[in-house]
Design a protein around this ligand. Structure first.
Ligand SMILES: *[C@@H]1O[C@H](CO)[C@@H](O)[C@H](O)[C@H]1NC(C)=O
Ligand SMILES: *[C@@H]1O[C@H](CO)[C@@H](O)[C@H](O)[C@H]1NC(C)=O
Ligand SMILES: *[C@@H]1O[C@H](CO)[C@@H](O)[C@H](O)[C@H]1NC(C)=O
Length: 532
């Protein structure tokens, strides 16, 4: 091995070719062996780290070896000097720093990065390049790796979101088996609720809960959990609205799984006879949501999204729920239930953990809705959950009407005074804003059902205690922040986010809170091998 270094105007580090080739050969063997052990997921960050650290160690070591050659005769001595930082060559260091800064500021678009550290060493040593070239090469290599890591994160995020789209085979099976049961078993077609309980459906003395869903097992968990934890389950009346295709299996499930003394009504959208006006409104809302979906789908395919947060926003807009009529129909609840005056609206991805009957007795102070605000750090403290987190305050339409620092309320569990709602223009205003947003090129708010609802219900919401609801159990990165005690104490937990507990990607530590309400001894659940 032969080193050459000039100390005045230091520009060149040369190592003889044979030695470098041997080192490279050895190195690449090692990388392949290591590659087999390290999963592809961890490989990129590790490579990146190595790429950052190793060149410096290598250089520093090389310099020290050279400097120490005369004074040190053993590795121990070199090691000691290396660690103690005793450096007799500030010039070389300054030179290197200058080269790195130059590389950082310089524009080296033509520079090709090395594929690996070995290649980098190989190129720098074999061509006898100077420090500047080395710095540029290293920069190109790091940028290349950064891009790879970014692209891998991008991919991973897309796959994760895609996983939230498919209906699991087992749930599909449940739907089919129950539809079959509806066809062959008169019990499964029995009137729901039985004739003696029909009068309860519009009786204000009972506590009415509304659920809009096409997911049978989710509905069953909401109903079972609410009934099991209710002090007076016989007071509860569930109104489940579903679509035409889910109507028969949903009916069959609740007709054959008698829910203690509570009353369950299952209605299909096809059974509604709406006025022309409501029909037109619903149709328009659906069309707008399809346009929104197409818009984000197109943008997602065409645009190179800069960072994962932006991409998540797009993927969020493309979630199955964004096209589901049932998801958007919540703004038509007064029309869906013309005979009811006060209801509690539950999303299908919640679990009721305590008695919630006092919700119906809450005084809403004349407001239309009682909702929980995401203010876990105090009444007026709601970081990341203000109007400005949902609406675009750079837009004059938004900034002239609303206050960005106002806290946003949450969906999941809401009380609605339908009588008060009918006296307002909320539904009308929601439609108008939806149209305005479309006209403004979808620039007014982030995709989702909440932002336009924040606008339409502005000034109509009475805050209720945050001990009623914990949300975000369907987001990956939220999972560490919620303490288990708080989860146990809270009345309702909400699995909003892509990681639904019935999906493969559900967050394991939260799933048990949900699946303890699944009746795994039920014959359909067993036949479809539903297990979590
Ligand atoms: C609803 O809107 C109409 C027309 O825009 C208006 O005349 C009426 O006062 C509004 N009603 C309420 C309660 O705001
Ligand atoms: C917010 O509104 C501004 C002003 O109209 C617009 O330029 C911008 O693109 C909007 N932002 C988003 C994310 O739509
Ligand atoms: C669970 O299903 C079994 C079998 O259908 C039934 O006997 C039992 O009552 C159900 N349990 C609950 C809590 O609904």
């Amino acid at each position: 091995m032969k080193f050459y270094i000039s100390t005045k105007g230091i520009k060149r580090v040369t190592i003889s070719n044979a030695a470098a080739a041997a080192a490279a050969g050895k190195g690449s063997n090692k990388t392949t062996a290591a590659g087999r052990r390290i999963s592809s997921r961890t490989l990129l960050p590790v490579l990146l780290l190595l790429a950052i650290v190793l060149p410096f160690l290598f250089l520093r070591f090389a310099i020290l070896v050279l400097e120490s050659a005369s004074a040190c005769s053993s590795i121990d001595c070199i090691g000691w000097r290396f660690l103690s930082g005793g450096d007799a060559s500030p010039k070389l260091r300054d030179e290197l720093i200058r080269a790195l800064i130059e590389a950082k500021d310089g524009n080296n678009v033509n520079e090709e990065g090395a594929e690996s550290f070995n290649q980098l060493v190989n190129e720098v040593t074999s061509k006898g390049q100077d420090l500047k070239a080395f710095a540029f090469k290293t920069k190109a290599m790091l940028s290349q790796m950064e891009r790879k890591v970014e692209s891998a994160r991008h991919q991973e995020s897309v796959y994760w979101h895609l996983a939230s789209h498919g209906v699991p085979k087992t749930l599909h099976c449940l739907s089919l088996k129950l539809a079959e049961e509806y066809a062959v078993n008169a019990m499964a077609r029995a009137r729901l609720p039985p004739p003696e309980h029909v009068s309860r459906l519009a009786d204000p003395a009972f506590r009415h809960l509304v659920l809009l869903t096409d997911n049978i097992i989710a509905a069953s968990v909401v109903v079972s959990s609410a009934v099991e934890n209710a002090a007076n389950p016989e007071k509860l009346v569930f109104h489940i609205v579903t679509d035409k295709k889910t109507y028969t299996p949903m009916h069959a499930w609740f007709a054959t799984n008698s829910i203690k003394s509570a009353v369950v009504e299952v209605k299909g959208l096809h059974q509604y006879d709406w006025s022309e006006e409501v029909n037109a409104g619903v149709k328009e809302m659906l069309q707008i949501n399809q346009l929104i979906w197409k818009h984000y789908h197109k943008k997602f395919k065409e645009e190179k999204l800069e960072y994962v947060g932006e991409q998540d926003r797009y993927l969020g807009a493309l979630r199955p729920g964004s096209l589901s009529l049932l998801n958007h129909l919540r703004i038509y609840i007064p029309e869906l239930f013309p005979d009811l005056n006060k209801i509690v609206f539950l999303d299908d991805d919640v679990v009721v953990q305590h008695d919630i009957s006092s919700l119906w007795e809450l005084d809403l102070n004349g407001k239309v809705s009682g909702s929980v605000f995401k203010s876990w750090c105090g009444d007026t403290c709601c970081p990341d959950s203000k109007y400005k987190n949902y609406l675009n305050f750079s837009h004059p339409f938004i900034s002239s009407h609303f206050n960005g620092d106002q806290c946003a309320w949450l969906y999941g569990m809401n009380i609605f005074d339908l009588e008060a709602w009918r006296r307002t223009n909320i539904t009308h205003s929601y439609r108008q804003w939806l149209k305005l947003n479309l006209k403004s090129g979808l620039a007014l708010w982030n995709p989702g059902v909440l932002p336009p609802a924040l606008i339409a219900f502005d000034g109509h919401v009475h805050p209720i205690d945050s001990k009623w609801l914990v949300t975000d159990l369907g987001y990956r990165y939220q999972s560490q922040e919620i303490s288990f005690e708080r989860l146990q104490e809270v009345a309702v937990i909400h699995f909003n986010g892509p990681a639904k507990p019935w999906l493969e990607i559900g967050v394991p530590q939260f799933r048990s809170l949900w699946n303890r309400y699944v009746n795994f001894s039920d014959k359909f659940i067993r036949r479809c091998r539903i297990t979590w």
